[in-house]
Write a protein that binds this ligand. Structure first.
Ligand SMILES: NC(=O)c1ccc[n+]([C@@H]2O[C@H](COP(=O)([O-])OP(=O)(O)OC[C@H]3O[C@@H](n4cnc5c(N)ncnc54)[C@H](OP(=O)(O)O)[C@@H]3O)[C@@H](O)[C@H]2O)c1
Length: 234
C-alpha cells in the first residue's frame, strides 16, 4: 500500500492501526466500501466489493475501536459474528491495555434477532427502544427512546459503558440516521474498482443540508482501491 496524501510514501499493513487510531476523545466513524458507481452491495452483499487492501483497512478500523455498531439489517444479511481482531490488531490492542475484542453493538427496532445466533458468541450489546418486545431474550440491552431508537441517547449510554470509540459499519439506513442526528465525526470510505449498476447507495435519504468533509488521508491499495479517511467538518 502507499500513502498518497498528506505525503506520499510506502505503508506497511502494521502501520494502519496508528494511521486509523481515532485517539482518546469519543468519536463515531462510519466504515464502508463503495463501488466506483456508488453502490454498496452486489446481490445483497458487500463481500464482492472487497479487495485485499479494503480488508486490511476493515480489520484495522475494527482493531482500533471499542465497539462496532451495526444495524440489524446488515447483521442479518452479512451473517455477522463476534468481532475478532487479526494478530497485528490483537497485539496493538494488548499494547494499549484494551480488551481483546471490540464489543459488537446491534441496533434493532424489531428485535428480529436470534439470541442463540453467532453475534452473541462474543461481547454483544443490543440497542433498542421501550416499545420493542422480547428484550428479556438478550443478555445485554441498551434501551434508548420510546417508540423509536433514540440514537444520541444510545451513543451516550455506550459512552457511559466506556465504549467511546465507535465504528459504524452500516448499513445505509443506520448511517443515514446517524448523520441526520449529527453523530458522525468521520467516514472511512474505500472506493473499490468495480461497477455494479443498480444497487443501494451509501445513504438512503437526502440529508437536510450538505455535510462538508475534509480529507485526512488517502491511500492507494495497490489493488485498484483508493482508501480515504474523511472528517465531518463541524
Ligand atoms: N458496502 C458496505 O460497506 C456495506 C456496509 C453495510 C451494509 N451494506 C449492505 O447494506 C445492505 C443493508 O442495508 P440496510 O440499510 O438495510 O442496513 P441496516 O441499516 O443495517 O439495517 C436496517 C435495519 O437495522 C435496524 N436499524 C437501522 N437503523 C435503525 C434506527 N435508526 N433505529 C432502529 N433500528 C435501526 C433496523 O432493524 P430491525 O428491522 O431489526 O428493526 C432496520 O430494519 C446489505 O445489502 C449490506 O450488504 C454494505
Amino acid at each position: 500500500m502507499q500513502l498518497l496524501l498528506p505525503q506520499r510514501r510506502a505503508l506497511a499493513d502494521e502501520e494502519l492501526h496508528d494511521l486509523y487510531d481515532p485517539g482518546d476523545s469519543p468519536s463515531l466513524r462510519g466504515g464502508f466500501v463503495v463501488t466506483v458507481d456508488g453502490g454498496i452491495a452486489h446481490d445483497g452483499s458487500s463481500r464482492p466489493l472487497q479487495t485485499p487492501a479494503d480488508e486490511a483497512v476493515f480489520h484495522a478500523l475494527r482493531a482500533v475501536s471499542d465497539a462496532v455498531v451495526v444495524g440489524a439489517g446488515t447483521a442479518r444479511t452479512e451473517a455477522y459474528g463476534p468481532v475478532r481482531p487479526r494478530p497485528a490488531g490483537a497485539a496493538w490492542r494488548a499494547d494499549r491495555g484494551l480488551p481483546p475484542q471490540p464489543t459488537l453493538v446491534l441496533v434493532s427496532r424489531s428485535l428480529d434477532l436470534d439470541p442463540g445466533g453467532r453475534p452473541f458468541a462474543g461481547p454483544c450489546v443490543v440497542v433498542t427502544c421501550e416499545a420493542a418486545t422480547g428484550r428479556e431474550r438478550f443478555p445485554d440491552v441498551v434501551v434508548a427512546g420510546d417508540d423509536e431508537v433514540d440514537l444520541p441517547d444510545a451513543v451516550r449510554q455506550l459512552h457511559e459503558r466506556g465504549l467511546t470509540r465507535l465504528l459504524c459499519e452500516g448499513g445505509p439506513s443506520l448511517l443515514t440516521a446517524m448523520l441526520r442526528a449529527g453523530l458522525v465525526d468521520e467516514l472511512c470510505l474505500t472506493s473499490t474498482p468495480v461497477l455494479v449498476g443498480s444497487a443501494p447507495s451509501l445513504l438512503t435519504e437526502p440529508l437536510e443540508r450538505p455535510v462538508p468533509l475534509d480529507l485526512l488521508h488517502l491511500l492507494a491499495g495497490g489493488d485498484g482501491a483508493l482508501l480515504a479517511r474523511w472528517a465531518v467538518r463541524r
